[in-house]
Design a protein around this ligand. Structure first.
Ligand SMILES: [Zn+2]
Length: 476
């Protein structure tokens, strides 16, 4: 990893342009802008330092030398010095991690303090993110009030070892429901390991006979207690193991009784399978998420020890196809936001597939024309999700993304942008689609949501009067 950090930042940024911008000439992502700016800078430097380097061929060779042989003493491909802090000042090279561009673009900004219509956030982790802090919960309920989030679906209710009871699920229901039962619904999680030993998959509950039937019974009990769905984490396919140590496959028939039971119980399954496409590619200069993966190399699923991304998604799709009476929510735009034409095909193939955009506005927002068409086409099966609770500044970016046609804005409050060095564009959805996205579809799909939404509307929101869009709460 460290040797990659020494590479010319100009070279790395230049690689981003073509990948992110194929077929989108009208919208320049940050990556392309940087590539252009840096390319100009690099060639100006080259011409100043060594006019013979101005031809394309010579530039190519000097690029190669930067990749293979640059050392702290030698000049970089651009001719800038690699001595001293690589901060881009006074003729020195710039490390990618030191790049902090300030946009000079002057365009209209429509910041949104509050969603235009009541929101149901179907993808949140109140156990894993708030760690049972009461203060954090109270603070976030205030964020919900200010932002017009009526209901959050917390996906963190892991079933007990031998039944629904006695585990994280019960604790989590207590945590959320003692004061805020009207604002939260909870999804259960399968307890794959049970009381087995971490490093001995042969001892795990999921490898014992009758596991799926016991889990189906536990789910039935959980539903009696008010649980509204089942969440399946990405470790299913990428982490949970068979007794012999191999990875359990997503479409393993042993677990069919669980998916079937969810259909019979009338609860949806939100399933996270695989991860962003770039996480399955080598971590190298052509990886569009290099900056992120260089900070989190453990997020990479590249290599022979992992199944391919396509095989994981195909196995998930076979499960969805085999259980037409069970409703599946493909988390994170069915984990293929880089290829909306493909997701669109899946939605057409599987009428029991829904999707939500948690942690994927970076992807949707760099293809705003395609994303807008996609969201409108599939408006009856889109749900809203964030993957939060997140800081309020990030939550508000979701409103801006869905509700405005703002251009080239940050998709996260984090510096540098955590999911790729680019910016996003709003999709300006029509009100009728926004309402389906924000709450109407969730009310149809997820048990317990409709009643809570109605109560939220009846109660009136304490922050409603401060909103310029009071009529937004009156929709059907
Ligand atoms: Zn999540």
């Amino acid at each position: 990893m460290m040797s990659l950090c020494n590479m010319s930042m100009l070279r790395i940024v230049a690689q981003l342009g073509p990948t992110t911008e194929a077929g989108r000439p009208l919208i320049l992502s940050l990556g392309l802008l940087l590539a252009i700016a840096c390319g100009t800078f690099a060639s100006a430097q080259q011409q100043a330092d060594n006019p013979k380097n101005a031809s394309g061929e010579t530039n190519k060779r000097s690029d190669d030398s930067a990749e293979g042989r640059s050392s702290p003493e030698s000049p970089s491909a651009s001719g800038a010095s690699l001595e001293g802090p690589l901060d881009g000042r006074e003729g020195r090279e710039l490390l990618l991690r030191n790049f902090r561009p300030e946009s000079k673009l002057q365009v209209e900004e429509n910041l949104k303090q509050r969603a235009k219509f009541p929101v149901v956030d179907v993808h949140t982790h109140f156990y894993y993110r708030l760690r049972s802090s009461r203060q954090a919960l109270e603070d976030y309920v205030e964020v919900m009030d200010r932002n017009n989030i009526a209901v959050c679906v917390s996906l963190d209710g892991k079933l007990g070892v031998n039944s629904a009871l006695g585990g994280q699920l019960e604790e989590h229901l207590d945590y959320l429901w003692s004061d805020y039962q009207d604002r939260f619904v909870v999804f259960a999680n399968i307890n794959w390991r049970g009381d087995g030993l971490d490093d001995q998959p042969a001892t795990w509950a999921c490898n014992r006979p009758g596991f799926a039937d016991r889990t189906a019974e536990a789910l039935a009990t959980a539903v009696e207690k008010g649980v509204s769905g089942l969440k399946v984490f990405k470790r299913f396919g990428l982490g949970y193991r068979n007794a012999d140590g191999s990875l359990i496959e997503v479409d393993d028939r042993r677990f069919d009784p669980i998916w079937k039971a969810c259909g019979e119980l009338g609860i949806p399954v939100i399933i996270h399978t695989a991860d962003p496409a770039a996480f399955f590619d080598p971590i190298g200069p052509e990886n569009e998420r290099w900056e992120e993966l260089s900070r989190h190399p453990d997020w990479s699923f590249h290599g022979p020890q992992f199944p391919s991304r396509q095989s994981l998604l195909a196995a998930r799709n076979r499960v969805i196809a085999r259980h037409p009476k069970t409703q599946f929510i493909g988390a994170h735009v069915a984990n293929n936001a880089e290829d909306l034409a493909q997701v669109s095909q899946w939605l057409n193939d599987y009428p029991n597939l829904w999707f939500e955009p948690a942690s994927r506005i970076a992807e949707l927002g760099r293809q705003p024309f395609t994303a807008r068409d996609f969201l409108i086409e599939h408006q009856d099966r889109v749900l809203f999700g964030t993957d939060g609770p997140f800081p309020e500044t990030r939550v508000r970016i979701y409103w801006r993304f869905f509700e405005t046609r703002d251009e080239a804005f940050d998709y996260s409050e984090k510096v540098p942008p955590p999911q790729g060095l680019w910016q996003i564009y709003g999709v300006d959805l029509p009100d009728s689609v926004l309402q389906k996205l924000y709450h109407q579809n969730a009310a149809r799909l997820i048990p317990g949501v409709k009643e809570r939404l109605e109560a939220y509307r009846r109660r009136g929101n304490p922050h409603r009067s401060s909103s310029p869009q009071t009529t937004g709460d009156q929709d059907g």
